[in-house]
Design a protein around this ligand. Structure first.
Ligand code: BES
Ligand code: MN
Ligand code: ZN
Length: 487
């Protein structure tokens, strides 16, 4: 979406104009037919309302939308404005109109509000149609240009920051949406390298020989049934004080999860192309914070593997040795995410001594049973970190719900033959997965694990996304960096 700013609606204004309207504040300067139409349609400016009608202006038919943003003192004012921007785009994206004038005149927005509306609009316009060669013209997105008028002072500068977030979210959605024959460990790295080029992000890549030499038997055990070689992708953003230790984001990047020898059922298995949603979120977040030149040191690490059944695949009962030295009994080859993450976690701690670690992973189906698609699960060994992440979740809309941890859960993953087993009993599956990861955290480093299995993908459109990849995690991590490292 191309966005440009104008001081006032000119005679060159588009055929489609959307005007933001506060609760019970329908503008007095509307044509009578619009004002009456809005009243008949019970449009009052409530958040979520959209009324559109046609009027004649200078001999031309003009389509005018009134977009409700609710009361000025509403609790979630920011969210309502963002959703209003998104709602306009959802309505007109495939309408045949190519250009939209977004009129903020008289809405009393702050620059941040206005930029938020543009973020909502941009996020909602994202689509991935590259494989749809037969899409009818009336189904194709037509809207390409938004002209903003009546924006408060400072909106352009605020948008300069927010558009970086929009790009980060879009990149995450792209990675998550691409099928597993296109995005696999090597091609994930290539795609990230292409997109991050010129941003100042420093890339490092570990191949299987290097991982073998480092003793990453756990990650490599998952990968050994696949013909696609594993990779670890490391992205450094050194925008902060030179020499200060970074925070680390670690993502599960299982580019396809068949379950391995503990094979999954066919129905829904295609969803497992997005089992790299954690890695996708970390990569998109690195893009966002680099594009807005964050004043912070951040390292992103993605453990990239494909989990396949094969003559060379690992078996249930195999014992592997992780980089930490801990041995793991692989009871279920479908509990592979933790086997990938544990080696990535050990490596990032030894290599970077991060001050705080946040991992993101589509780790368990059980978190969807607990929280459905509204919250991601938050597990942590550190109350301050958990509080910071929860606050960033509320502020960004990528919401988190803290789950319990403790020694009683930890006991459930003891193994009779090795140091630890990779699954516990049927109940508490998300918690025992988190307890597994905690065993790889050294020196009580503040760590949090976000189980995002329920929030990466949506079967129905949401406020700022169409059905499909949501881009969950990018806005959360960006907000977390802003508020904890840059504030
Ligand atoms: N990637 C899956 C978790 C998942 C399931 C994500 C559904 C998104 C939607 C993970 O690797 C997995 O298979 N977990 C198992 C763990 C079990 C074997 C202990 C699960 O949740 O069933
Ligand atoms: Mn699995
Ligand atoms: Zn998985």
């Amino acid at each position: 979406m191309k966005i440009q700013f104008l001081d006032a609606a000119t005679s060159g204004a588009t055929r489609l104009i959307a005007r933001f309207v506060n609760q019970d504040a329908v503008p007095a300067d509307l044509e009578p037919v619009l004002a009456s139409g809005a009243q008949i349609a019970r449009f009052s400016g409530k958040a979520g309302q959209l009324f559109d009608g046609f009027v004649e202006r200078d001999g031309q038919v003009v389509r005018v939308a009134l977009v409700g943003i609710g009361a000025a003192d509403a609790k979630d004012r920011k969210g309502a404005i963002e959703r209003a921007g998104a709602g306009v785009v959802a309505k007109y994206l495939t309408s045949g109109e190519t250009a939209l004038t977004l009129d903020f005149t008289g809405a009393g927005l702050s620059a941040e509000d206005a930029a938020g509306a543009l973020l909502g609009a941009t996020l909602r316009s994202w689509r991935h149609d590259v494989y749809r060669t037969k899409l009818g013209d009336d189904k194709k997105p037509s809207l390409t240009d938004i002209t903003v008028v009546g924006a408060p002072e400072g909106t352009e500068a605020a948008w300069e920051v927010e558009q970086a977030i929009a790009q980060g979210v879009a990149f995450t959605r792209e990675l998550v949406t691409e099928p597993a024959n296109i995005i696999y460990p090597e091609s994930f790295v290539d795609r990230a390298r292409d997109r991050l080029e010129g941003t100042g992000v420093v890339l490092r890549v570990l191949d299987e020989d290097e991982m073998g030499a480092l003793g990453m038997g756990s990650l490599l055990g998952v990968s050994q049934g696949s013909v696609r070689p594993a990779r670890i992708l490391v992205m450094e953003w050194n925008g902060g004080e030179p020499g200060t230790k970074p925070i680390a984001f670690v993502g599960k990047g299982v580019t396809f999860d068949t379950g391995g020898i503990s094979l999954k059922q066919p129905p829904g298995m295609e969803d497992m192309k997005w089992d790299m949603g954690g890695a996708g979120a970390v990569t998109g977040a690195m893009l966002a914070i680099a594009l807005r030149k964050a004043n912070a040191n951040v390292v992103g690490v993605c453990g990239l593997v494909e989990n396949m059944p094969d003559g060379n695949a690992q078996r249930p009962g195999d014992v592997v040795t992780s980089m930490s030295g801990q041995t793991i009994e692989v009871i279920n080859t479908d509990a592979e995410g933790r086997l990938v993450l544990c080696d990535a976690l050990t490596w990032v701690q030894r290599e970077y001594q991060p001050t705080r670690i946040v991992d993101l992973a589509t780790l368990t189906g059980a978190i969807i049973l607990s929280l459905a698609h509204e919250y991601a699960g938050l597990f942590s060994n550190d109350d301050a970190l958990a509080a910071d992440l929860s606050a960033a979740g509320d502020a960004s809309g990528d919401r988190l719900w803290r789950m319990p941890m403790g020694p009683a859960y930890d006991k459930l993953i003891d193994s009779p033959i090795a140091d630890i087993r990779n699954v516990g009993p049927r109940y508490g599956g998300s918690i025992t997965a988190a307890q597994f990861l905690l065993r790889f955290i050294e020196n009580d480093t503040p760590w949090a694990h976000l189980d995002i299995a329920g929030t990466v993908w949506s079967d129905k459109p949401g406020a700022t996304w169409d059905k499909g990849a949501t881009g969950f995690g990018v806005r959360l991590l960006d907000r977390f960096v802003r508020d904890t490292l840059e504030a």
